[in-house]
Structure formats: C-alpha cells, structure tokens
Design a protein around this ligand. Structure first.
Ligand code: ZN
Length: 193
C-alpha cells in the first residue's frame, strides 16, 4: 500500500471509533449556509469558520473561483438543500496569483511533471511528454485578489438560477493570522435584492 494511502486510512479508524451519533445527521446543512473557497492546504474551513459535520456546504476549487461547476454546486445547495446565505472566501498568498493562462499552457506543453518555482517564476523540466491541451483551458488565475472576489460574487449574483434573496458575502482569509477579513465592496455587490 502507498504510504500516503496508509496515512489517510489509519486515522480514519480513530474517526470511526468516535463517530457517535453523527450517522443520524440529516443531509441538508443545519446552519443553512455555503462557503466557496480555495483548495489551498493551509485553509481549513471547518476550523476557520467553526464548522462541525452537518453544518454547512463547503465548495472548494483552485482559487475559490465562481466557475460553472462551483455555481452548479451552489444552485444545488439552495435549490435542493436549503442554504440561505453564501460566502466567497479567497485568501492571501494564493497560488493562483503566481501564473497566467499562458504560463500554465507553456508549462504543460513542456511536460506533465511537477513544475518548480523560484524568484523568476515557474519553470518546467521540459522532460517531454507534455500536451498543448493546457493552452485551451481557462485556468482562472488571479492577478488582483480583491478584484477576483468581487468578480466571483458578481458572477454568482448575475446567474439566473441564483435567487435574489440569497446574500453573497466576500472575504479574504489572511494566511498569516487566520483572520477572515470582509471585502465590503464584494458584499455590497452580493447583497440580497
Ligand atoms: Zn488559493
């Protein structure tokens, strides 16, 4: 077995042992809200927002961007499972600020191996076996974190499947302190109608 698989499945035995009555939790989130946030490993929404099992929906992707698939999840979250308020939470020092669509396309054309980064930017090993397909993807990179939160809130707000009475709040999580800092401009454009 891979070492990583063992490191995931071994702690699960302890979790199962202490699972208690969580098997009786209903499917709809008890606290009736959803968070869209970045997949960054330093962010733990359960901790930074005080969530327990059954409390809320957490939708994660690279950057916490309002991609079509993130919106798909949010619409299911309210239409079928009753969430009433949503948060878009990006963060400081996000990896999505370190590249552009062009850079990602070029790295993937060099090889599929993990690229390296230094002060001058990203570099590929160019070991071969790459693909041009990355040049046809919008990777939703971020050049201005505050602006991207506003844009994501706006994009969700403007979607015809999103009810006007759901407020959408914009925040930036500070990786240095753990603080959630509201972006009033984003919350303003996301306010319920
Ligand atoms: Zn990030």
């Amino acid at each position: 077995m891979s070492k990583i698989v063992d490191e995931v499945t071994s702690p699960n035995a302890d979790y199962v042992a202490g699972f208690g009555d969580k098997g009786d939790l209903p499917m709809p989130p008890g606290r009736q809200f959803a968070i869209l946030t970045c997949m960054d490993a330093r962010l733990d929404p359960a901790k930074y927002a005080g969530l327990a099992e059954g409390d809320a929906h957490v939708i994660r992707n690279a950057g916490g961007r309002a991609s079509d698939d993130a919106i798909r999840s949010l619409v299911i979250s309210c239409k079928l499972l009753g969430t009433k308020e949503w948060f878009v939470i990006h963060h400081t020092n996000c990896g999505m600020e370190t590249f552009s669509n062009e850079i990602m396309g070029d790295l993937l054309s060099g090889s599929l191996k993990t690229a390296s980064v230094d002060a001058s930017g990203w570099h590929d090993s160019n070991a071969g076996g790459g693909t041009i397909d990355g040049k046809f993807v919008n990777w939703l990179p971020i050049s201005d974190q505050a602006k991207s939160v506003v844009e994501d809130v706006l994009r969700i707000r403007a979607n015809s499947m999103v009810p006007g009475d759901i407020p959408i709040y914009g925040y930036i999580y500070d990786c240095k302190t753990g603080a959630l800092n509201e972006l009033p401009e984003a919350t303003e454009v996301g306010k319920a109608k």
